[in-house]
Design a protein around this ligand. Structure first.
Ligand code: SRM
Ligand code: SF4
Length: 588
């Protein structure tokens, strides 16, 4: 096919990822044969990348890498699996199943709740991979398209309070996810011995009628890069829509969903020092009614499919396509493809992002308990058997569980009769801890060491003690009931969404971080670099001074991020594509 001149694509060779997708026979590769290769715990050649489209990453434990090398052993190769869970909803029965799998068949025994409303198993050895998929399948779960160059797990505001609007929005998140899923039979062929019929309503993607392998939406070589989508219900921006390529902001009238405002081109990753990369907030395209939602999602995805840069993975995401062709040109193309123009955006406002930890009553009179799970890591800790606690709740819970985009867990749909029983279990297992500060509840870290191969600095393992010190600073200044959205991410890929925090730390090297400041509460402003490559102690000294200044000089109810901008700690990032790297705005 001749390329569209409006896409202004560079005349350069395609990346190797394009070759391997093209030659993969719709994501089959030789994964099935590779599984039988007992000489290595890992995957060979292209399969190393291809398993990502099936929701897995090959990893090894970095803590023991050197020791194994000394013993002339291969690194302890294993896979991390990421489940597909649109809107983060999982039933107690499914929970009990994944709890058992994590305990019995993974190296770490944990269930890790992620920043995108799902869970990961870490440390699955090769011989357990196929049984794992079959195990998930029995539970009505799968991991299709949770990684790789496809539309990933679709997020949806975890908002059980307004249950009717949430139910409608959630159905859309599921429908969009299913509409944009790969249609290849590779997942079923490799992991389920060809079984194509999915039995539960949670997984409807690969139905009998999809008999061929064609990919009508994604195409034979899938998307140029990963693609992320949300459905969000204002005023809560808990899903952090600006981290995503495509966003549907729910617009309700009299409690009924009437359509969505569509925002395109958000994303947070960058490379240290590479000015061609930048985090970006998404652009407002306008409103679509409910009858146009799927057409709109498909039009944005296919435009990015055809116009995204396949010669350079660092320039391949939607936001770079928008920069290259122009936002209006991209938007017009989407309108052409969906067959209707966008209407003017409807008014809405975001006020907050965090999860409401504790009990709330929904409009349907059911109760919902949001449990704060530090870094989303569910494991039995000394004196805090968190994983056992959730298992005990799952045994008696008649509603569902909802994973949040802030790595927390909601026990949703509890009747007034069961409330006390569930609270008792949660307290006994440390899942409710009244001593957890507001600051800790609003802090977040990505996984990083020991499993993430890309980590430059500690993140998840570093955050808890770091927050002890921030807690002390807040208390010293009388701010123990306040909080700053503080996030750490172990490298500039930004999985912990530090690039939408009031204070963000981005790993640079072991023990060293770049410090960013000045994001806002609603998650609509990117923070600016304050200092590069500094130690945790230097950062603590800086934050101590900032907190003291904020305590004494803030205006009524002024958040820290707004204070940082108003008081001139940093100049705000206004248009990241243009001014994120502007050195004149970085403090000397
Ligand atoms: Fe991420 C890669 C973990 C959310 C941007 N991310 C990775 C990998 C798979 C490392 C790798 O490629 O080998 C990490 C696995 C670590 C481990 O051991 O588990 C990883 N990302 C995570 C999770 C688990 C972080 C967490 O602490 O919860 C999140 C899982 C999400 C999910 O369930 O799907 C996670 N990743 C994010 C987010 C935040 C978000 O989407 O809200 C981002 C920033 C938003 C964005 O995409 O711009 C993010 N992850 C990346 C990138 C940079 C992508 C890019 O555009 O350049 C990579 C690297 C890559 O894709 O090449 C990456
Ligand atoms: Fe790994 Fe970097 Fe993502 Fe953290 S931000 S999980 S270190 S890729």
């Amino acid at each position: 096919m001749k390329s569209d001149p409006r896409a202004k694509l560079p005349d350069a060779p395609l990346t190797d990822n394009e070759r391997l997708k093209d030659q993969s026979d719709y994501l089959h590769g030789s994964i099935a044969q590779d599984l039988k290769d007992g000489l290595t715990g890992g995957f060979n050649g292209d399969n190393f990348q291809l398993i990502r489209f099936h929701g897995m990453y090959e990893q090894d434990d970095r803590d023991i890498r050197a020791e194994r090398a000394e013993q002339k052993l291969e690194p302890l190769k294993n896979v991390m699996l990421r489940c597909r869970l649109s809107g983060g909803i999982i039933s107690p029965k499914q929970w009990l199943g994944i709890d058992e799998f994590a305990a019995e068949h993974t190296l770490y025994g944990s269930i890790r709740l992620t920043t995108r409303q799902t869970f990961q198993f870490h440390g699955v050895l090769k011989n357990n991979i196929k049984p794992m998929h079959q195990w998930l399948h029995q539970l009505g779960l799968d991991s299709i398209a949770t990684a790789g160059d496809v539309n990933r797990n679709v997020l949806c505001t975890s908002n059980p309070i307004e249950s009717s609007l949430h139910r409608e929005a959630y159905e859309w998140a599921k429908a969009i996810s299913e509409h944009l899923l790969p249609k290849t039979t590779a997942y079923a062929d490799i992991w389920l011995d060809g079984e194509k019929v999915f039995s539960t309503e949670l997984t409807a993607p690969q139905t009998k009628e999809i008999a061929d392998k064609a990919e009508p939406i994604l195409g034979k070589t899938y998307l140029p890069r990963k693609f992320k989508t949300t459905v969000v219900i204002p005023p809560l921006n808990d899903v952090d829509l600006h981290a995503n390529d495509l966003n549907f902001v729910a617009i309700g009238e009299n409690g009924k969903l009437v359509g969505f405002n569509v925002l395109v081109g958000g994303g947070l990753s960058m490379e240290h020092g590479n000015r061609k990369t930048f985090p970006n907030t998404a652009y407002d395209f306008g409103f679509v009614g409910l009858s146009d939602v799927l057409k709109c999602a498909e039009a944005v995805v296919t435009t990015q499919r055809d116009w995204g840069d396949r010669t350079n993975r660092k320039a391949a995401k939607t936001r770079y396509t928008l920069q290259r062709v122009g936002v209006d040109v991209f938007k017009n193309e989407v309108e052409q493809r969906m067959g209707v123009p966008f209407q003017a955006s409807r008014p809405y406002a975001f006020t907050e992002r965090g999860d409401r930890i504790g009990w709330v009553e929904g409009e349907d009179k059911k109760w919902h308990l949001t449990l704060f799970i530090e870094n989303g890591r569910l494991l039995d800790y000394p004196n805090k058997p968190l994983k056992t606690g959730v298992r005990e709740i799952a045994k008696i819970h008649t509603g569902d569980f909802r994973l949040t985009a802030n790595q927390n867990l909601i026990v949703a749909g509890v009747s007034a009769r069961d409330k006390a029983k569930i609270e008792k279990i949660a307290r006994e297992h440390g899942l409710i801890d009244d001593k957890v500060t507001e600051q800790r509840k609003n802090s977040m870290a990505c996984v990083a060491f020991p499993t993430c191969p890309l980590a430059m600095a500690e993140s998840e393992r570093f955050l808890p003690e770091f927050i002890d010190q921030i807690d002390a600073m807040m208390a010293k200044n009388g701010l123990q009931n306040d909080n700053i959205i503080l996030r750490i991410t172990g490298c500039p890929n930004g999985c912990g969404r530090a690039m939408l925090a009031e204070i963000g730390m981005v790993g640079k090297a072991i023990g060293r971080y770049n410090l960013y400041v000045g994001g806002n509460r609603a998650g609509t402003r990117i923070p600016r670099l304050f200092k590069e490559n500094i130690t945790a102690d230097e950062i603590l000294t800086q934050i101590d001074a900032w907190i003291a200044a904020w305590a004494s000089e803030r205006e009524a109810a002024e958040s820290f991020g707004d204070f940082a901008v108003r008081s001139g700690i940093v100049k705000p990032v206004v248009n990241a594509a243009v001014d994120f790297w502007d050195e004149s705005k970085i403090p000397a």
